[in-house]
Design a protein around this ligand. Structure first.
Ligand SMILES: [Zn+2]
Length: 132
């Protein structure tokens, strides 16, 4: 009695485990396409690069690792971007670049003023030591 119900349960479980429903369950094996080992046309392990063109901003792809190679291997990892992303992301990137340039100019200015500040205190100290 017990063994037959156990067998039924085992059969049910094995059917469930092999059913496609488990594949879409949250417990399925998660694979990352960027971590796959892909060989390029010249037999090298392809590397993951990120495109920053206006049509594919931030889209990753596998490419030949050899610089200047005529291999020409390119396989997209990420799906094509929607039209809205293609329209918005380049503008955001331009804004980020503009702010990074402005930030680096401000940092240069801050460094320059910090040097003037230290020089003024050294000068003040020298004048004070000489006069006393
Ligand atoms: Zn190659």
């Amino acid at each position: 009695m017990f063994s037959s119900s156990f067998q039924e349960l085992t059969v049910t479980l094995s059917r469930r485990l092999s059913s496609p429903a488990l594949i879409s369950s949250p417990y399925r094996r998660i694979t990352c396409p960027a971590l796959e080992m892909v060989l390029c046309f010249c037999g090298r392990v392809a590397i993951v690069r990120t495109a920053w063109t206006s049509l594919n901003p931030g889209r990753r792809f596998h490419a030949c690792p050899k610089q200047g190679s005529r291999c020409g291997f390119l396989r997209w990892i990420d799906p094509p971007m929607c039209a809205r992303s293609v329209e918005v992301i380049p503008g955001l990137l331009r804004n980020i670049n503009k702010h990074e340039i402005a930030n680096s100019k401000l940092m240069e200015e801050a460094t320059k003023w910090k040097k003037y500040f230290i020089a003024s205190w050294v000068l003040f100290l020298v004048v004070w030591l000489v006069s006393s």
